[in-house]
Ligand binder design. Sequence first.
Ligand code: C5P
Length: 415
Amino acid sequence: MSILAGKRILLIIGGGIAAYKTLDLIRRLKERGAGVRAILTKAGGEFVTPLSVSGLTGEKVYMDLFSLTDESEMGHIQLSRDADLLVVAPATADLMARMAQGHANDLASTALLATDKRVLIAPAMNVRMWEHPATRRNLRQLGADGVLTVGPNDGAMACGEFGPGRMAEPMEILAAIEAALAERPGLPAPDGLARLAGPKPLAGKHVLITSGPTHEPIDPVRYIANRSSGKQGHAIAAAAVEAGARVTLVSGPVTLADPPGANVVHVESARDMRAAVEAALPADIAIFAAAVADWRVANSAEEKIKKGKDGPPALALVENPDILATIAKHADKRPPLVVGFAAETEQVIDHARAKLKKKGCDLIVANDVSPATGIMGGDRNTVHLVGPETLETWPDLPKTEVARRLIAALAEKVS
Ligand code: C5P
C-alpha cells in the first residue's frame, strides 16, 4: 500500500503556467489514497479554475483569507495544521520571497506561516528569475528554515527560454512527497537546500519498455491491429520513471498520453518497433509489454485497394520479427534482465513457461485475456510472474499498482 494512503496533503497552488501540472498531481495523490485540500492563490486562479481543482480534490477550494464562510467552516490555522504535509506547486518566485520573509498577506502565505508541519516546494519560474541573487537568497533562507524542494528541471520554458526553471513533473513531486512523509529527506545540497531525492531504486539504470498494439498495413488506409490499449505498458513506464530510471518507451499506436519523464518513441508496425528497440540498446532492463502483431500482410499495397469485379483481395500473411526473442538472444547487447508478457486465453501458466524457454527471457508476466476478464483495455489486471523455477500470483490490482510492484521486483533483481 502506498505511504500516501490516508495522508492529508494541503496543496498550495501558486500563479504560474505550471499550475496545470498540479491538476495531474492531485489526481495521482488521490489515486494513492491521499486526501487533498487545496488553497488557490489569486494568481493561481488565473491559471487553473477553482472548479477544476475542487472537481479533482472532491473538496472545497480555499481562496480567501477574509472569507467568513471559510473561517467559520475551517480557520486558516486549522487548515494548515490539519494536514500531514504542505506542498507548494508551483512555487513562484514571489511566493518563495514571501515565505522566506514570513509574510502573511494572503491565505497561502498565512497557512504557510501558521503551520507546524513540513513544507515541500516545487519551484517554477523563468530561468533569469530562478538565477537572480534574490531568489538564490530566498532559497537559502527557505532551506535553512527546513523547507524541502523538488526541482526545478532544465528544459524549454513556456516563455521561450531554456534552462532551469521548469516545475518538476507530477511523478517527481509525488516521489518527493512520499519521501517527505517517510521522513527520508535527502542530504542538504551544496546550496544549503534539503533536496528530496526520494528513494530511487532505479537511479542510473536504463529501462526499455514496449507498449500498445502494432498496426500492420494492408494498404495506405487499412491495417490489421489488436485490442491492446497500452495501459499496462505505459503504467510500467511511469513506474520506472518514478523509480528514478531513464526510460525509453517504444509505443505502438495508442490513445494514451506519453508518460511524463519518459523518452517516448512512437511507431506503427512490428518492424518499426524492432528497429526502435534495437536503436535504444543498451539497457539494464527490457520489458516487452506490447501486443506485437504476429503477422503482417506480405503483399501490402502502395495505393488504396479498390473494390472491383475480381472480388475481395487475398491477403497473404508473413510472420513478423519476434522482438522479445531477438533481444533476449542478442549476441552482444542482451540486457541483463529481459521480461516478456504472455497474454493467454487458456492454460495461462503452462503457456507462459513454454514461452519463457522459447523466447529466452528471464521472466514472463502472464495474464488471462479472455473477454470475460475485461483485462484487455481495462484498468485492472491479475498477473502471474513466471520464472524458470518460480511462480508468483498477484491479486487483482489496478494496472498502475501491477506496474509499481513489477518495477519494485525488477529493481531488487538488478540492484
Ligand atoms: O508469442 P507471444 O506474442 O504471445 O509473446 C508475447 C511476448 O512476446 C510479449 O512480451 C510481446 O511483447 C513479445 N512479442 C514481441 N514480438 C513479437 C511477438 C511478441 O516482442 N513479434
